[in-house]
Design a protein around this ligand. Sequence first.
Ligand code: DQA
Length: 146
Amino acid sequence: FKILVINGPNLNMLGKREPDKYGVKTLAQITGELNDAAAALNVELAHFQSNSEAALIEHIHDAWQQFDSIIINPAAFTHTSVALRDALLSVDIPFFEVHLSNIHQREPFRHHSYFSDVAQGVICGFGAMGYHFALQAAVNRLQNSN
Ligand code: DQA
């Protein structure tokens, strides 16, 4: 299986950025650990991070028929972007939504997600472990559907 992992704006700052909320691991550490887990599951991962909504949308378009599943942390675009939601629906690739922090415990403007009602699953509040849970869930789902 091929799974695309997408991280949205400001997640390139992980490690430095509000470590009380997002942890001390850098995005490179998180993706490295995820690659190790994927290798053990015999799954191929591709990673993309951007601070640009347009770049994220175009990358999702390029995923058309290239990936079996997507794991995405849309970051702040979670709460704002109909366009990113529509991009995911347009390529018709099942996706899991991940947030490091528990968005429901935070400011009211973070409680709504434009992705959750069309995601296969939503994981939040587990820090970097959330990406691993999503990977396991995605692989499980793919194995059971084939
Ligand atoms: C986040 C939560 C969002 O509200 C925030 O804008 C982020 C990160 C998380 O992973 O907890 O940038 O998606």
